[in-house]
Design a protein around this ligand. Structure first.
Ligand SMILES: Cc1cc2nc3c(=O)[nH]c(=O)nc-3n(C[C@H](O)[C@H](O)[C@H](O)COP(=O)(O)OP(=O)(O)OC[C@H]3O[C@@H](n4cnc5c(N)ncnc54)[C@H](O)[C@@H]3O)c2cc1C
Length: 51
């Protein structure tokens, strides 16, 4: 699903395991992916804007 929806990130007990620890790990991983996505989008914007 995430492959077809750039900028959409899913986390929780449906992904990677049911336990609270695994749900938290899933959230942390998604947060890292969001940060990488935003940083690369920002870099692309700067690159496209430069003459
Ligand atoms: C009875 C029970 C006992 C458990 N005991 C343990 C245990 O002892 N140890 C353990 O490790 N794990 C246990 N688990 C599993 C663990 O609690 C869950 O897998 C974990 O909490 C899942 O976290 P989550 O953030 O993915 O989902 P959730 O904690 O279910 O959080 C999802 C949140 O999204 C909200 N939400 C849903 N739909 C919408 C919407 N449309 N818009 C806005 N908000 C929405 C919900 O209200 C909820 O707050 C237990 C689960 C249950 C049900």
């Amino acid at each position: 699903m995430e492959k077809d929806l750039p900028g959409f990130f899913y986390a929780g007990n449906h992904k990677g395991g049911l336990s609270v620890g695994k749900a938290i790990a899933s959230g942390c991983k998604a947060a890292d992916l969001v940060i990488s996505y935003l940083e690369s989008s920002h870099q692309k914007l700067l690159k496209d804007a430069s003459p």
